[in-house]
Design a protein around this ligand. Structure first.
Ligand code: GRG
Length: 305
């Protein structure tokens, strides 16, 4: 398959799954938001439902599908929980005391529309919505208490201080500094890779995977996560805000060390594709190769938005 054809089929997969993920997201928000509605409702909805590729939920449902066939509704609840954590991270990442970005997904970022206090509260609300939704989905799958705890635990660990939030803390500490490649790889693995890895692991666990199989999916997701973040840095260094729907001057403005800054654009692209290859290999070597998951890894490395 040509790279163009691979991108098109991944974009078709993302678009096809987005509708089912968004249905589950809508339901999760409807169940969780207070009745009668509060001022938080439009803020949470604005920051969550509009735009975005839905890559994390799609990885989760595709991991499930590769092991157990068409995913039932509770798998989409688990997938929606991943998107809630991701949406909260974007809401908070855009705040003035984080990356201070005015646009996201082609629109003014949430705090620019609703103010910083509402954006902070909405992000916090999304964490508990994610926990409730993942727990409900995991229990509804009927796999038993231990598997349900593994699924929710994977999400909580990936989102927290040993994952995404820890990576963000390292990233902020490094602003204006000169992190070398290994330090950057660690930041990316935690800040971005942990949640993508959890997405693949959670999909596998939802399908009843054994610990070694879940581990192979987690390794796949971790390599895909590195590919994805290095591609993000390449896009920030080489694309336009109008294409990405978010500012492209953040890394330079915050004087962040980046993989393209260290290795050049071509060197960074090579790292992204090497990681995509390692992602595919993690599944292949465990006898778990799947065409759509392989294409998603290549898409993560070579994407244009
Ligand atoms: C707790 C106050 C507080 C802040 C934490 C957790 C956090 C802030 C920031 C996480 C950092 C972060 C946003 C990492 C993800 C990096 C990344 C490449 C995001 C873009 O993901 P896409 O391209 O976005 O999948 P779409 O819009 O397509 O969903």
């Amino acid at each position: 398959m040509t790279p163009q054809a691979a991108t098109t089929s991944v974009e078709t997969l993302l678009a096809a799954e987005a509708a089912r993920v968004d249905e589950a997201l809508e339901r999760a928000l409807r169940d969780a938001l207070a009745r009668p509605a509060t001022a938080l409702d439009p803020v949470v909805r604005y920051g969550t439902l509009w735009g975005g590729k839905r890559l994390r939920p799609v990885l989760c449902v595709q991991a499930y599908r590769s092991l157990a066939g068409d995913p039932p509704a509770p798998v989409y609840e688990i997938a929606a929980a991943l998107e809630c954590i991701h949406a909260y991270s974007l809401l908070h990442d855009d705040l003035p005391w984080m990356d201070d970005d005015d646009t996201r997904r082609g629109r003014p970022s949430t705090h620019r529309v609703f103010g910083t206090a509402q954006a902070v509260l909405s992000g916090a609300a999304l964490i508990s919505i994610a926990c409730a939704t993942a727990t409900r989905g995991a229990v509804r799958l009927g796999l038993g208490e231990e598997a349900a705890a593994d699924i929710v635990g994977a999400l909580a660990r990936a989102a927290g201080a040993g994952g995404m939030v820890g990576g963000q803390a390292l990233d902020l500490a490094g602003e204006g500094g000169s992190a070398g490649y290994e330090a950057l790889e660690r930041i990316h693995a935690l800040k971005t890779g942990a949640l993508l890895s959890a997405a693949a692991r959670m999909g596998a666990l939802a399908a009843g995977a054994s610990a070694p199989v879940a581990e192979a999916f987690a390794a796949y997701g971790a390599h895909l996560g590195l590919a994805f973040q290095v591609a993000d840095d390449v896009l920030e260094a080489s694309s336009a805000a109008a294409v990405l729907g978010k500012p492209v001057d953040g890394d330079a403005r915050l004087a962040k060390s980046t993989v393209p800054g260290l290795l050049g654009l071509e060197g960074a692209r090579a790292v992204a594709f090497r990681e995509a290859g390692l992602a595919r290999a993690a599944l292949r070597e465990a006898g778990l190769a799947d065409g759509a998951l392989a294409a998603l890894a290549d898409y993560a490395a070579g994407r244009d938005r």
